[in-house]
Design a protein around this ligand. Structure first.
Ligand code: PAP
Length: 350
């Protein structure tokens, strides 16, 4: 968004689509230059490892990280310099990241990009091209600079546990919005995502992935630790960490957007309410509207080589019923229930 200083010089106000201001190069911005592997080689080589769906996972500070994101996470911990007006979106993979990116971007940037405008960035760009993903980008010095050069307020996202974030972030320097989803549906979503990039002839099954998940071995898992880390932070600092639930957002997206805007310090004005701005945001970011856009149903991300359309599969709650036996669901619910015991957070009763 271009504004004018009192002297008349134009300057940018964020959030602006990352793609438009230096994250450029289309999907290729994801891997701009080789990662600084040498710098972290000793730390990385000491990390315990496993493999899930053919992807190497490394254990770091209590979390399982996709090997491809490890150098980025280490760089975020050492180099990310938060600004007071930064907003960090956080989630487990496959739990509502894309939707939250769309909603937060269109809410924060609505003065520059009215949600009903025919040239809204989300009509031509994938939400991931608008909001930079730190864990991957920070593995590249060039991409790190692009994030640093973004105009304030910046909007970014991470899959890291809250406990892995740099102390400057967790000390409340910036606001964090976390979206959590029934872990069973997250697993089903991950399965379809994995299938879209699995090598032909792979014998890996949903049951194999389920076993890994029961042992906490999923990207950014254990699932319960990732969720709990943000749940506790939101309870301790409700003004700094907002905890959203995907299922509640589906039930009442209008309420979710109003709540989000208020938390981010940009509540809808009476005039905006009268004009239906929040409803326009809900519509712009709805699964139905986003799924049919060329930016979302054609093309492939360089990162992990997955197709854009894999991010828009069904967008519903409860799809696990068609993929897990009642026994699997009971077992997984039981594990999660035990891990969350005493936290005040619950999913389905086991
Ligand atoms: P990511 O972590 O790789 O970015 P993420 O966006 O968190 O993925 O998860 C994708 C899920 O969000 C998909 O769920 P499904 O497989 O169960 O269908 C996808 O359909 C859902 N999703 C994406 N956009 C929306 C949206 N606008 N509204 C509701 N759900 C959405």
């Amino acid at each position: 968004m271009a504004m004018a200083t009192p002297q008349g010089t134009p300057y940018l106000v964020g959030p602006v689509p990352f793609e438009d201001v230096g994250g450029g190069g289309g999907e290729d911005h994801i891997v701009a230059v080789p990662p600084p592997e040498d710098e972290y080689a000793d730390i990385v080589s000491a990390m315990p490892s496993t493999t899930m769906i053919g992807f190497p996972l490394l254990r770091y500070q209590g979390s399982w990280l996709l090997k491809t994101w490890v150098t980025g996470v280490l760089s975020v911990q050492r180099r990310f310099a938060p600004r007071p007006d930064d907003v960090l979106l956080a989630s487990l993979p496959k739990c509502g990241t894309t939707w939250l990116k769309s909603l937060a971007f269109s809410t924060m940037a609505r003065a520059a990009y009215p949600p009903s405008a025919a040239d809204h960035p989300l009509l031509r760009l994938n939400p991931h091209q608008c909001v930079p993903f730190l864990d991957d980008l920070f593995s590249s010095g060039e991409a790190t600079k692009a994030v640093e050069a973004l105009p304030s307020p910046r909007l970014m996202n991470t899959h890291m546990h809250h406990s892995l974030l740099p102390p400057s972030v967790t000390a409340g320097k910036c606001k964090i919005v976390y979206v959590c989803r029934d872990p069973k549906d997250g697993l089903v979503s991950m399965w379809y995502f994995a299938k879209s990039i699995m090598p032909a002839g792979s014998t890996y099954t949903f049951s194999d992935m389920f076993e890994h998940a029961c042992h906490g071995e999923t990207p950014n898992g254990p699932i319960w630790d990732n969720i709990l880390s943000y749940w506790r932070a939101s309870r301790a600092h409700p003004d700094k960490v907002l905890f959203l639930r995907y299922e509640e957002m589906l039930l009442d997206p209008g309420h979710a957007v109003t709540n989000l805007a208020r938390f981010l310090g940009v509540p809808f004005t009476a005039a905006e309410e009268a004009e239906g701005t929040s409803a326009d945001i809900v519509e712009l970011c709805s699964f139905k509207a986003m799924k049919v856009l060329p930016a979302n149903n054609t093309g492939t991300f360089t990162m992990l080589g997955f197709p854009h359309r894999s991010l828009f599969r069904k967008g519903v709650a409860g799809d696990w019923v068609d993929h897990m036996t009642p026994e699997m669901a009971r077992r997984f619910d039981g594990i999660v229930h035990e891990k969350l015991r005493g936290s005040g957070l619950t999913f389905a009763a086991p």
